[in-house]
Design a protein around this ligand. Structure first.
Ligand SMILES: Cc1cc2nc3c(=O)[nH]c(=O)nc-3n(C[C@H](O)[C@H](O)[C@H](O)COP(=O)(O)OP(=O)(O)OC[C@H]3O[C@@H](n4cnc5c(N)ncnc54)[C@H](O)[C@@H]3O)c2cc1C
Length: 525
């Protein structure tokens, strides 16, 4: 359905049972679970789907080993359970990731302490994945790893995903259950009746037109921006925005086959991990004091911090700033404890609160989106009885149609798995849309030109950055946001969206400015 059609339907099909405000992973999860339970559901996203924090994470689907150290057994158990469910539901989108934690004499990770934590992790997962490896084995496998005081290390299994594509896949599933889902439509205010919030005033961010939509339940899943809507019902702010930033390095400069976790000089955990043909370094955890309307970006101090920590752990690589392909930063919607604590010590639990009838859900993790959505919607069963069925379905995504696999038989296994994982039963259509040369990959990424063509054709792309930063991740994976490929990308955009030269020039200019401002190295003072 085109975006214009979706907006027309939004107006004609109102009132809804559930109106979801925010199209990140939390909103997508709420929309899916509400629609699957049979509630008439709509979701609006002020900018692009996943353009908030949900495209800026470390891409891990993980139990969170460090939460165990904080004694958060419940959070870890839930995360491990959801990791298992996601691995099962979306192979090709969520995949296993080998993790290694080196142990050094006098270091923060004692061999036995880590063994105990990993044993709990294994118990929650119902399978043993931890394995001790001695220093000689590690040095042979990762010759670039610092050998100083190296005793060995623990290997274990976790998982990773493409965060923005995960959001899109959840939204696709929500649509399949009847949810109406629209990007570039913002909720500017809530509508009130005697019983409390009963809808929202929406604004089409493309045309500027405003309209009201009534709903029995309004769910505020606006992430780091949630306090704004809460403010409309007089609620006091609860969030402490914390920024986390990353660096991307080309795999040819960092030939890494597994994730490695270690500590920066200040004792904070840092990790490097292979992702989509490149290597990601993350992350920081600092108070974000910038205006939330400005796209977050990495600071000079964060670049130095991440680079120094990685250089210390992998001295032989001699990484420098010139090896950085891209950077990105996201803002964690963390619920403030109110205490004057270090950012890393703030809990990562989710918050579910109803104020004047407005249900706010925030602060969870990408990994636990389903559990968070189920817990939140169950609080509203008295208002919408259909929500009593929420959580009854064990599978996160319906199993792909048998025809889907058959239609992709001629493709290499990895490509077919990737397409099915990302597009579900639309995978054959993505393949069928490919023109000559479109099944080739772009640069050193695993992304095919067909995926990009499909994004322009069928995935509600409004701006070029929607296609290059979220439908595909080329803007993160390629130097200068993939500038060298822009002429061919422009051709596809013209073919699929009918953009004329003036529109393409405007989109290209907007995209280049965004890459320079928020996805590149900050200028030296
Ligand atoms: C650096 C970093 C690394 C992380 N790494 C991981 C990880 O590896 N694994 C993991 O499980 N979790 C991770 N997380 C946590 C995870 O990314 C977030 O918890 C999650 O993405 C939050 O999703 P959300 O939907 O609540 O927020 P968002 O993704 O920010 O979505 C909120 C959306 O609401 C929209 N919105 C705001 N106001 C309005 C309005 N008025 N009307 C309509 N729409 C509106 C915004 O545009 C935005 O798209 C990480 C977080 C950060 C910052």
């Amino acid at each position: 359905m085109t975006r214009d059609d979706a907006i027309a339907r939004l107006k004609s099909a109102a009132p809804f049972d559930v109106l979801v405000i925010g199209g990140g992973i939390a909103g997508a999860g709420v929309a899916l679970e509400a629609a699957r339970a049979g509630a008439r559901t709509a979701l609006v996203e002020a900018r692009d789907f996943a353009s908030g924090t949900s495209s800026r994470s470390s891409k891990l689907v993980h139990g969170g080993l460090r939460y165990l150290a904080q004694g958060k057994f419940g959070l870890t158990r839930e995360s491990v359970r959801e990791r298992t469910a996601l691995l099962r539901a979306a192979p090709g989108l969520v995949s296993r990731l080998d993790f290694l934690v080196p142990v050094r004499t006098g270091g923060r990770n004692g061999k036995l302490k880590l063994a105990a934590a990993l044993a709990v992790y294994d118990i929650f997962a119902g399978a043993r994945s931890r394995r001790w490896r001695d220093a000689a084995e590690l040095s042979a496998e990762i010759p670039e790893l610092a050998r100083e005081k190296l005793q060995g290390g623990w290997s274990y299994l976790d998982a990773q995903t493409d965060d923005a594509r995960l959001v899109l896949r959840v939204l696709q599933e929500a649509r399949a259950h009847g949810a109406l889902v629209v990007n570039y439509v913002a909720a500017d205010d809530v509508l009130r009746q005697e019983g409390g919030v009963a809808g929202a005033r929406l604004r089409d961010a493309v045309t500027g037109a405003t309209f009201d939509i009534a709903a029995c339940l309004v769910v505020n899943v606006a992430g780091a921006w949630s306090d704004r809507l809460r403010g409309k019902v007089g609620a006091a702010p609860k969030l402490r925005p914390l920024r986390g930033s990353h660096l991307m390095i080309a795999a040819e400069r960092f030939p890494l086959q597994q994730a490695v976790g270690f500590y920066a000089e200040d004792g904070r955990p840092v990790f490097v991990l292979p992702w989509e043909g490149a290597v990601l370094i993350g992350t920081t955890d600092i108070d974000h004091r910038d205006d939330l309307d400005i796209e977050p970006r990495i600071s000079r101090g964060e670049v130095d911090y991440l680079l120094q920590a990685t250089r210390r752990e992998f001295p032989a690589l001699d990484l420098t700033e010139s090896d950085i392909v891209s950077t990105w930063a996201g803002v964690r919607p963390v619920v403030a404890s109110g205490a004057d604590v270090d950012p890393s010590k703030e809990a990562r639990d989710h918050l579910v609160v109803t104020e004047e009838g407005l249900l706010t859900v925030t602060g969870g993790k990408l990994t636990t989106f389903r559990a968070t959505a189920v817990a939140a919607l169950r609080t509203a069963v008295a208002r919408i009885p259909a929500l009593g069925r929420v959580g009854a379905e064990a599978r996160i995504f319906a199993a792909p149609n048998l025809e889907t696999g058959k239609a992709l038989e001629e493709l290499p296994d990895a490509v077919a798995r990737r397409l099915i994982g990302r597009y579900g039963d639309f995978a054959p259509a993505v393949h069928a849309a490919a023109r000559a040369g479109d099944m080739q990959t772009i640069g050193a990424t695993p992304t095919t030109w067909a995926e990009l063509r499909w994004a322009f054709r069928a995935e509600n792309v409004v701006h070029l950055d929607d296609a290059l930063l979220r439908r595909t991740r080329l803007g993160l994976l390629l130097r200068d946001g993939g500038a060298e490929f822009l002429p061919r990308i422009g051709e596809i955009a013209r073919q699929e969206l009918g953009w004329d030269d003036a529109r393409w020039r405007a989109e290209e200019e907007r995209y280049r400015a965004l890459i320079a401002q928020s996805y590149s190295l900050p200028a030296r003072p």
